[in-house]
Design a protein around this ligand. Structure first.
Ligand code: ATP
Length: 313
């Protein structure tokens, strides 16, 4: 077996340090989000030497294949232009869905946070803080309502809206996925529909341009209605479903109640982003089944001009 120290020079010193420290950090897995250029066999050697599972979430399908060929444990996360925090969340969801991680586990993530060519950043993440109430069984149950690929794309955009907002402003939204025909019947337009008139293929939220449009439109009142295949059927809709028989955690307002309510009377899943907290919640059959807390944004180094007294913070 190759020692961790021996493989250090071939892969990344920071990753070797992470692997060496897992016991002290109390982590149950190492999650690697490798940059484009990677020494896959070196990474495999490190994975073999690691005392806990080393999970790899490559950024593109080509790299998924390279990592698999090297015999690594691969998490397939849809290629996305999202920030690293979203990629980490999606990778963790995938790991839980594959039963590779337990919902409350602690994980050390190593990624290219600052420089896109190297593994330069490391974060310890407690899943309980960010992904509450979620098991592999929950995910399989969700799939009976909406295909996972669609759901992951919705979660991806929701997590991004919750973390980033828009142009410095906090933004919340409601996205109802699946059983679109019945959801449409139980809702009405608040203003003109920004997606009206576009062809179906130009309204699919797996398309990054459509995801950008969703982030923009999320600032308006009302929610999105999305069909199982990811087509945005309508936006700016007021959801109208009865609250009877629902019980939600304290502090959640009408957006969350409307999201929970619509899933009780239709075969849909509601993804709700809270404007005030950025937390994303999933509802099915009137109940909350997943809560994703936003990860703090990595702070980039900033140069200040010492001659200037002006501060733009
Ligand atoms: N039935 C509904 N359908 C669609 N959107 C709704 C509905 N009810 C409320 N909203 C949207 O939610 C916004 C915020 O409402 P409210 O503050 O009561 O919700 P909340 O659940 O507390 O969410 P947040 O945490 O984002 O504030 C409203 O301005 C509106 O745009």
């Amino acid at each position: 077996m190759i020692s961790i120290a021996a493989s250090r020079s071939q892969v990344s010193p920071l990753l070797s340090i992470a692997v060496e420290s897992v016991n002290r950090l109390g982590c149950e897995a190492v999650l690697v989000l490798p940059p484009a250029m990677m020494d896959w066999s070196g990474l495999r050697a490190l994975a073999d030497a690691a005392p806990i599972p080393l999970l790899v979430a490559p950024a593109s399908l080509r790299h998924v294949e390279a990592a698999r060929n090297a015999g690594l444990m691969v998490l397939e996360v849809e290629p996305t232009e999202s920030a690293i925090q979203e990629r980490i969340i999606l990778a963790l969801l995938e790991a839980i869905s594959l039963d590779l991680l337990k919902a409350g586990a602690q994980v050390v993530a190593v990624y290219d946070g600052f420089d896109s060519d190297s593994l330069d950043s490391m974060t310890v993440i407690r899943l309980g803080e960010h992904l509450e109430r979620f098991t592999a069984r929950d995910l399989r149950a969700l799939e009976t309502t909406v295909p996972l690929e669609t759901l992951k794309a919705v979660i991806d955009v929701a997590v991004e809206i919750g973390r980033e907002g828009r142009e410095g402003k906090e933004v919340g939204t409601l996205i109802v996925v699946g059983d679109a025909r019945n959801v449409l019947k139980r809702s009405r337009s608040l203003v003109f529909d920004p997606f009206k008139g576009y062809r179906r293929k130009d309204r699919n939220l797996r398309d990054p341009k459509v995801r950008e449009a969703i982030k923009e439109i999320a600032q308006l009142d009302g929610g999105f209605i999305v069909s199982r295949d990811g087509t945005v059927e309508s936006a700016c809709r007021l959801i109208d479903a009865p609250f009877t028989g629902l019980s939600l955690p304290k502090g959640l307002g009408t957006r969350h109640w409307a999201g929970a309510a619509i899933t009780k009377v239709t075969h849909s899943i509601a993804v709700v982003v809270s404007q005030s907290t950025g937390v994303v919640r999933l509802f099915k059959q009137g109940e909350m089944i997943l809560r994703i807390a936003p990860m703090p944004r990595a702070r980039a180094l900033r140069w200040n001009n010492p001659d200037s007294s002006h501060s733009d913070d």
